[in-house]
Ligand binder design. Structure first.
Ligand code: ADP
Ligand code: MG
Length: 606
């Protein structure tokens, strides 16, 4: 977030995160108790053995039955430890997964509320990472870090307690190890963190590369880039592998140093304690129990340090998630009390762009004081070179973005005063690349709305002339489309989006280069469909080919973020200005080129 430091961002983020854990307060308390029971049952076991050794085996006192009793107790403790560990892990996972599921839902809803400017800044690849791996890290925080803090912290505490209860002097000697442990931990911690971060970032680069390549596979194959891309992939893969190996090496090194330290301590206890036993200052059972506890002492320390990594990545994830969560959509709903409702029946469909200034980024203005007024039911074409600002103008009418200054009004009402659900019911947009969802054709036409009758959607397809090819499909309207409708031609996809318009009946229709990708035959089909759907609607058609809008009531010519000329096709030609130049240019391209066959001297025309 601009103007906020990472730290305070992180604090706010964690506070928000803890709010997600609030409903699971009781579960967490239960987890703490389960850990306590399980640990105590675990740690009492060496104590029992010590009792057997000191009271029975070494003193030679009889009463085998008491040994049985103690054996039974030992088994009981093992079972108790098992049951409570099981309960604890289950409860913890339930809470963790519950928290993360809610988080994922909220994040998705939040992202879908965002304005287009948000998506300009957040590429979809990184949002996918946010939804999947960042939320998973949060789960690991609750199930791993918290559980380790509770369980391992508690167990350290208990072990030290038991050791002191057994023999204070020996326990004190052992505690002298703490500074050494601390030094090793700090030393390795930095190394571990660096290598962990490095391998994570290598992995995310690998994934991003893969995603990009899958999306551009057609391009890669037509340009025969397979080898180049494979080489680049190999490089990414190699770097990731190296980083992972390095991470594994440091982890192993760290764990083994701990083991060595543990074994040295055991040796020390055997040496110091053994001497005490021989001099009969210490009972043998105590020594046994001591060694058992020392062995268990290192495990929680080790696992706490390992959670350090997770904690680090939790920080990163929380910051990233919070940066998204704390971002309000740029395009705001009108306040409920000032919102203006326009009745759909009473709507005329007048559109006014008044003195529009607009920039995507401060400092680079794209539209400079543009004025354009459309009468109800008028059919207006917009032409202009690439980058003139045509799509930007449309984006303002649909409120993908808001104007920097000036206003866009529908029937005299500033569209910022209209509830967005109303606005988007009034304004229908067909873009160059129509978006289809995976699902059946019929559902793509009615956009999964169960309240729209199947017959209505089919009728819409007939109206725009899509039924001709749909009826030829094996499953007809129920044909399942794969991702983005990749099984259909561009024209077929576009016809489906036209049928959508017929079904949803917006009063205002916008086409942004909807026919740019189509061959001339399909364009004719689309033209016919347009003729059908534009009746009675205010229609704004941005055209790539001038022929598409020649019959428009009016043509507005855009140039560098302004309307340069405006009028009917005839009037504009008569003006002999910018439009006339564009028109002549387009006509030139249309002339049939004549090729000479040099060998035979024949003329062939294509
Ligand atoms: N999302 C965006 N972020 C920043 N600049 C943009 C964005 N979209 C378009 N532009 C810029 O705005 C200008 C007008 O673009 P656009 O409205 O798409 O033109 P047209 O549709 O007429 O080809 C161009 O200079 C383009 O680079
Ligand atoms: Mg455009």
């Amino acid at each position: 977030m601009p103007g906020k430091s990472g730290k305070s961002n992180r604090r706010d983020g964690f506070r928000a995160l803890l709010a997600y854990a609030a409903p699971y307060k009781r579960t967490f308390v239960a987890v703490v108790f389960c850990s306590l029971f399980a640990l105590s049952a675990d740690l009492l076991q060496p104590y029992l053995i010590k009792t057997v050794i000191d009271e029975k085996l070494l003193t030679g006192s009889h009463g085998i039955s008491r040994i049985f009793v103690i054996g039974g107790l030992y088994l009981l403790l093992a079972i108790i430890a098992l049951i409570f560990t099981y309960l604890q892990l289950n409860l913890l996972q339930r809470a963790g997964q519950g928290i993360v599921a809610t988080l994922r839902n909220d994040l998705f809803r939040h992202i879908t509320r965002q304005s287009m400017a948000f998506f300009d800044r957040h590429p979809s690849g990184s949002l996918v990472t946010n939804e999947s791996s960042d939320t998973e890290t949060i789960n690991q925080f609750f199930t791993g870090v918290l559980q380790s803090l509770v369980k391992d912290g508690l167990s350290l505490f208990l072990i030290v307690g038991f050791m002191f209860a057994l023999d204070a002097q020996l326990a004190l000697y052992c505690l002298l190890l703490f500074p050494i442990i601390l030094c090793i931990t700090i030393l390795f911690r930095r190394m571990l963190r660096e290598s962990y971060k490095a391998s994570r970032s290598r992995l995310s680069r690998l994934i991003a590369f893969l995603a990009e390549n899958l999306a551009g596979m057609g391009l890669i194959q037509t340009f025969h880039q397979e080898k180049e891309q494979t080489d680049r992939f190999r490089e990414h893969n190699h770097l990731y592998r190296r980083a992972t190996l390095k991470e594994v090496r440091s982890t192993v090194l760290f764990n083994r140093s701990f083991d060595v330290l543990g074994n040295l301590t055991v040796a020390f206890v055997v040496w110091a304690g053994g001497e005490a036993v021989l001099k009969q200052r210490l009972e043998f059972g105590v020594l046994y129990a001591f060694i058992a506890y020392i062995r268990q002492f290192f495990q929680p320390i080790n696992s706490i340090t390992q959670q350090w990594n997770t904690l680090q990545s939790t920080f990163v994830s929380v910051e990233r998630l919070w940066a998204i969560f704390s971002r309000e959509p740029d395009v705001q709903e009108p306040a409920a009390e000032s919102a203006v409702r326009i009745e759909e029946d009473g709507m005329k469909g007048r559109i006014d762009f008044d003195a529009i200034h607009f920039s995507y980024q401060p400092g680079t203005e794209v539209l400079h004081g543009l004025d354009l007024h459309l009468d109800p039911g008028e059919f207006v074409g917009i032409v202009g070179e690439t980058g003139a600002g045509k799509s930007s103008l449309v984006g303002l009418l649909t409120r993908f973005y808001d104007v920097t200054s000036g206003s866009v009004r529908i029937d005299g009402t500033d569209i910022r005063m209209l509830p967005q659900t109303d606005l988007h019911r009034f304004v229908g947009l067909v873009q160059q690349e129509p978006f289809l969802f995976s699902g059946s054709i019929i559902d793509n036409v009615r956009l999964f709305r169960p309240d729209i009758a199947r017959e209505e959607a089919e009728e819409a397809c007939r109206l725009v002339g899509a039924d001709r090819w749909i009826s030829r499909l094996k499953h007809g309207y129920d044909t399942l489309l794969s991702e983005r409708g990749s099984g259909l031609s561009a024209g077929e996809r576009q016809l489906i989006s036209f049928a959508r318009i017929v079904v949803f009946k917006p009063r205002i229709l916008i086409l942004d280069e909807a026919t740019a990708n189509l061959d001339s035959h399909t364009e004719k089909m689309i033209q016919q469909a347009l003729g059908v759907v534009s009746v009675g609607r205010t229609t704004l058609v941005i055209a790539h080919r001038l022929s598409t809008i020649q019959k428009a009531d009016r043509i507005a010519v855009m140039r560098d973020g302004r309307i340069a000329e405006s009028g009917t096709h005839k009037a504009l030609l008569a003006l002999n200005g910018y439009y006339a130049g564009l028109y002549r240019h387009s006509q030139r391209g249309k002339q049939e080129p004549v090729y000479h066959n040099l060998d035979s001297g024949e003329e062939i025309s294509r």
